[in-house]
Design a protein around this ligand. Structure first.
Ligand SMILES: CC(=O)N[C@H](C=O)[C@@H](O)[C@H](O)[C@H](O)COP(=O)(O)O
Length: 235
């Protein structure tokens, strides 16, 4: 079974913790991935070659690798150049996700030569896009699949608090490559809806693997209750 058959209609769990997050560390991310596997995840999305390597040892699921790296003066940070692609191939990533916007990249790299490089090296390429135009252009360049990861994270894309249902529905209806729904998916019913809209699979990150943010949803609800109580007393 190829990777796309394996992940079809399932949940990919993004296991990422940046250096400033409490769960940062490859050992911890490998345990997170193991928990996701036990919970029925069909694949893992992970950041850095170290995390990809450590997760590959811990689980038997396909791993979609990225390298988040900031270069001075550039907005693109998800696998911006061929250097990050090399790191992920070396770490054994089963697919490589990358920023597929048409914004400038460091070291003279372009979107076109980045995709060409991945294809030449035999890597599966997942295009992280923010708009329908970017999805169509990525497909034209020959990527293997598209993900809605960056909707709401480029200044010109739709900004909303939740998943970009409209982009998922439109893109799934038009693209010939599999479309992954990703970004701000926080409820199980959204997963069902996105799959019904035609998403090949759904990628969920923070709502499963960032406990500080999960905690915040509950503590915010408690605060809202407290302020409601206070206003009842004063009225
Ligand atoms: C925009 C960006 O940098 N997204 C990153 C991409 O890998 C991750 O920080 C997200 O956690 C991932 O896309 C999953 O999304 P969410 O955590 O919202 O379920």
């Amino acid at each position: 079974m190829n990777l796309f058959e394996k992940v079809r209609h399932g949940v990919v769990v993004s296991c990422q913790a940046l250096p400033d997050e409490p769960l940062h560390g490859s050992e911890i991310m490998a345990r997170m991935a193991k928990a996701a596997e036990e919970g029925g995840a069909v694949a893992i999305r992970a950041n850095t070659k170290e995390d990809v390597r450590s997760i590959k040892q811990a689980v038997s699921l396909p791993v979609i690798g990225i390298v988040k790296r900031n270069y001075d003066g550039f907005d693109v940070y998800i696998t911006p150049t061929t250097k990050e692609v090399d790191e992920l191939i070396e770490a054994g990533a089963d697919m490589i996700a990358f920023d597929a916007t048409r914004r400038n990249r460091p070291n003279g790299c372009t979107l076109e030569n980045l995709v060409g490089y991945m294809k030449a090296r035999g890597a599966l390429a997942m295009a992280d896009v923010s708009t329908m135009e970017e999805a169509l252009y990525a497909q034209q360049l020959g990527v293997d699949c598209v993900s809605t990861t960056l909707s709401g994270y480029t200044p010109y894309s739709r900004q909303n608090g939740g998943p970009d249902f409209r982009l998922v529905e439109q893109a799934a209806g038009v693209l010939n490559v599999p479309l992954f729904a990703e970004g701000r998916i926080s409820e199980p019913q959204q997963v069902a809806l996105l799959l019904a809209m035609g998403a090949h699979s759904v990628v969920v990150g923070s709502a499963i693997t960032r406990p500080q943010l999960i905690t915040r949803r509950f503590t915010s609800a408690a605060k809202r209750r407290t302020s409601a109580d206070e206003s009842e007393v004063t009225n």
